[in-house]
Write a protein that binds this ligand. Structure first.
Ligand SMILES: [Zn+2]
Length: 545
């Protein structure tokens, strides 16, 4: 009997020892992923003098900043960026081959997260709500955390964009939530749950978007201080809502928002809203409140909408970043209070960058221009003339050309012959540096860096048959104002990456790393398995040893 008591007492002592060890920092309580949509690396320094101490500067001063991180695939677009950050993998493996792609076997166009088998939750809008991560083939770092903790870790994804919430949160999160333009509410789908949690219902009921836009949008600082940017009324800027000119103050914002709830996306208030939802999710789901590490995946999307509309050198984009800086400072304070300083790990990165506007580059004598991106239309004319058959190309997107398998079979046309002819035709266009057969990238005369990014980006069943690479700073004709992104060049592929908090060293580095190194770095930090399709490596200088 005495022996038994002694044994039980010993067990208690040793068990409390384990519990204590966990509480004293074997793991962070929370990992926070901040992916700033379309954030070029140089924004950290172009606006540096106007940042305050608690936001971007806190990350740079207290964290570890990697100055030379690139995206190692094309096309550099949103869905792939978020997926590759969280899987440590690339489109050829993880399956997310674009925001949209053509499914080659069926010839059907696919939106990355569209899922006809699920129903909307929190909205009646089918287009908004019918989404899931079903098209994603690899596991995410968030999946791995769930697996490692036998599903005790909580994982939440938040974004204005469906794809930027769903893909980072992985296959089995606690929840993924995104913004509904038809109501101004945050919603989810039946893939995740049958009803919105009460904390989201409460959040939606507060009508925070209405409050955020109620005073319109004016510059945070006096406008003459925005010396890092072009004059406010530049011809290459797009227009916001009912505004007649691209100029501050945007006084019609509240009235425009009443009619179109999506207008908040183009303003800094979309980021404020997202971070407020992130805070509500910490409270609502109790993230970072016990010894099991949780994960909050946040996408700040207004930077992307503003970039597309106004262009990187606009005062509007600068103002979005200055306000995001203040919002990040408030958010880090919130984390300090609710989770505890140094009890959480943050990383900040971007899904892609963005080119300067063509009009802006022209103003300053930098080589630029537009290329005709509708290769489907161009090629179908030429192919009809040569082979006498209509609609041989069924899609051109993501700088790729797809041939219609059904049309080829019906008319007994040989894919190789058609492809060769199409490549030779496209090569006559001086806007294209390279026109590459997707099956023969390795043997084509292309610099190895670009070659590797093409190979990583091509998914056998979801990508096109031909890949084109445009000259530097050539933008598609649809981006006459503002900008876009997709290519291998530094302006689209060079992204910020900063880690801060629990387990992270202080410093910075100019060593070359890739987007696919983010997930394995987190795996190493958390001592959990790498995601299933991971091709990256832990950045050891960030986490020590
Ligand atoms: Zn994006």
């Amino acid at each position: 009997m005495l022996k038994k008591i002694g044994f039980a007492a010993l067990m208690l002592v040793s068990m409390s020892g384990i519990a204590q060890k966990n509480q004293t920092n074997n793991q962070p309580k929370l990992v926070v992923g901040l992916v700033v949509d379309q954030m070029r690396w140089d924004y950290l320094y172009r606006f540096y003098n106007k940042y305050e101490n608690g936001g971007f500067k806190r990350l740079l001063n207290d964290g570890y900043s990697l100055n030379n991180v690139h995206i190692n695939y094309v096309p550099t677009v949103t869905a792939i960026g978020h997926t590759s950050i969280y899987t440590g993998s690339v489109p050829s493996i993880h399956g997310i081959a674009g925001n949209d792609w053509m499914d080659k076997p069926s010839g059907k166009n696919v939106y990355c997260t569209a899922d006809e088998t699920v129903t909307p939750i929190g909205t009646t809008n089918e287009k908004v709500g019918k989404h899931s991560p079903r098209n994603l083939w690899s596991t995410t770092i968030t999946d791995q955390l769930r697996l490692a903790t036998n599903f005790q870790a909580k994982v939440v994804g938040v974004s204005l964009k469906d794809r930027a919430s769903i893909l980072p949160a992985g296959h089995n999160p606690t929840g993924a939530f995104w913004y509904d333009d038809s109501t101004g509410n945050f919603v989810t789908s039946s893939y995740y749950m049958s009803d919105l949690p009460n904390w989201i219902k409460d959040f939606n009921a507060k009508k925070i978007p209405n409050q955020l836009v109620s005073k319109g949008w004016n510059t945070l600082l006096p406008i003459q201080q925005y010396t890092e940017s072009s004059p406010d009324n530049s011809a290459w800027e797009g227009l916001l809502g009912s505004a007649k000119t691209p100029t501050f103050p945007y006084e019609n914002l509240a009235a425009d928002f009443e009619k179109k709830k999506g207008e908040i996306r183009y303003t800094p208030f979309g980021n404020t809203l997202t971070l407020q939802l992130a805070e509500a999710s910490i409270l609502g789901e109790g993230l970072g409140q016990d010894v099991v590490t949780d994960f909050l995946a946040i996408n700040l999307a207004s930077t992307d909408y503003a970039g597309h509309k106004f262009g990187p050198n606009s005062i509007e984009v600068e103002d979005v970043y200055l306000r995001l800086d203040r919002d990040l400072a408030a958010f880090f304070n919130y984390l300090d209070n609710k989770v505890g300083k140094d009890q959480y790990t943050v990383f900040l990165s971007a899904d892609h960058g963005g080119a300067h506007s063509v009009g802006f580059l022209e103003e300053h004598k930098i080589p630029t221009g537009f290329f005709e991106e509708n290769m489907k239309k161009q090629l179908n004319g030429i192919l009809k003339e040569k082979f006498g058959v209509d609609n041989i190309v069924n899609s051109s997107q993501n700088y790729q050309v797809y041939f219609d398998r059904k049309v080829l079979a019906e008319h007994n046309l040989d894919l190789e012959t058609i492809k060769k002819f199409a490549i030779e035709s496209l090569k006559k266009n001086q806007d294209f540096l390279y026109v590459v057969d997707a099956e023969k990238v390795q043997e084509t005369t292309v610099p190895s860096l670009i070659k590797e990014r093409i190979i990583n980006g091509l998914n056998r069943t979801r990508s096109g048959d031909i890949q084109v690479v445009t000259r530097d700073n050539m933008l598609p004709t649809y981006s006459k104002t503002g900008t876009t992104h997709s290519v291998w060049n530094s302006y689209d592929a060079h992204i910020p990456l900063i880690f801060m908090g629990w387990g992270v060293q202080k410093g910075e580095s100019n060593h070359a790393y890739y987007m696919t190194d983010i997930a394995p770095t987190l795996s190493a930090l958390l001592k959990i398995q790498f995601p299933s399709g991971n091709i990256g490596n832990p950045i050891v200088e960030v986490i020590g040893k």
